[in-house]
Every structure is written in C-alpha cells, then in structure tokens.
Design a protein around this ligand. Structure first.
Ligand SMILES: Nc1ncnc2c1ncn2[C@@H]1O[C@H](COP(=O)(O)OP(=O)(O)O)[C@@H](O)[C@H]1O
Ligand SMILES: [Mg+2]
Length: 165
C-alpha cells in the first residue's frame, strides 16, 4: 500500500495524537514516512518526542515559499515565475516532483529527520500561526506551501505521507 493521509477536525479532536500514533505505527513497520505539521497548534514535533528547542528549530515551510515554488515549477513553460504559481497550480511538463525517499532542496530547506524508537521519519512544519495569520496572507503562504508540496509529492509503493492539519 501507499497513501497520503490527513487528519482533520476541530481543535482538541485528536488530530495530533492520531497523526503521531499512526506515524509510529508506520515506522514500526519500516515504511518510509514524510510527516507534515499543518495544524494551527504546531505540536506534532513534540508528539513525536522532540524537546522544546528541537521543535522550535524546525524550519517553517511558509518562510521558504519562493524556494518551494522555484524548485517545483522547474522548467514548466506554463509557469513562468514563482509569483504566478498559486497553491492549486498543478505539476505539468517540466515540473519537478518530490519523492518520499530522496534528497532534494525542498527537504533540505524545510524538513528535518526525527528519530523514533523504531526508525526515523522526515518532518516538515508550516511554522507557528500567529493571531495576525488567521484569515490573511501569511496564513495562505503557510497552507499554500503545504498544498504545493502535497500536489507535487509522489508516494510510491509502501511509502506514506501523513498530514496533521
Ligand atoms: N482518543 C482519545 N481519547 C482521549 N483523549 C484523547 C484522545 N486523543 C487525544 N486525546 C487528548 O485530547 C487532547 C487533544 O488531542 P490532540 O491530538 O492534541 O488534538 P488536536 O491535534 O486535534 O487539537 C490531548 O490532551 C490528547 O491527549
Ligand atoms: Mg493538534
């Protein structure tokens, strides 16, 4: 099997708890995992055992939106600049895709390896949402970065992408 799975729901409904348990279950079964923390309350790192300093040191995807767009658009002739790429712009000819198991500039900038009892995963995080984010452009750059990555992420056989939304 392979899948992208997102845990969604109201605050306090168990998204982060379930995401972390599912991620631990997958690594116990030796499945490669890319995890994304897109929850308004950024706690997936802590739920996976990071201490406060490690969780705070996670790079924020929203801060790397130009890099993400430039890498993903590649040489796609229909996307002539990062500015014209929006969160729903699909990959096409010349676009670059992200694979669960590879190194790429997006992971270099936005992902960190987290060691669990039974293996390790790649964790990416939108970065903390502030009061001023809710409803305005910063919020969209954070969520937009996640949407673009998910739209360009190919999960192969026995590979998993887990999103805490
Ligand atoms: N299945 C469950 N039964 C009881 N308590 C739970 C369950 N899942 C989560 N919790 C608790 O509920 C609270 C909120 O869970 P959390 O995973 O942080 O929710 P969310 O990420 O949706 O805001 C936490 O204190 C967590 O320990
Ligand atoms: Mg949560």
């Amino acid at each position: 099997m392979n899948m992208k799975i997102a845990f969604v729901g109201k605050g306090g409904s168990g998204k982060t708890t379930l995401s972390s348990l599912f991620i631990r279950h997958l690594t116990a079964n030796e499945a490669p995992v890319v995890a994304v923390d897109a929850d308004i309350n950024q706690h997936l790192g802590a739920a996976l055992g990071l201490d406060e300093a490690q969780a705070e040191a996670l790079p924020a995807m929203g801060a790397h939106l130009p890099l993400i767009k430039d890498y993903l658009r590649g040489t796609n002739p229909r996307i002539t600049s990062a500015e014209t790429m929006i969160k729903t712009t699909p990959p096409g000819e010349g676009s670059r895709l992200l694979r669960v198991r590879e190194d790429n500039p997006v992971y270099d900038a936005c992902a960190r390896t987290v060691r669990l009892d039974d293996g390790e995963i790649r964790l990416m995080a939108t970065g903390p949402f502030t009061e001023s984010d809710l409803g305005v452009s910063c919020y969209h750059s954070k969520v937009g970065a996640v949407e673009l990555c998910l739209n360009h992420l190919v999960d192969g056989p026995e590979e998993y992408v887990v999103v805490d939304m």
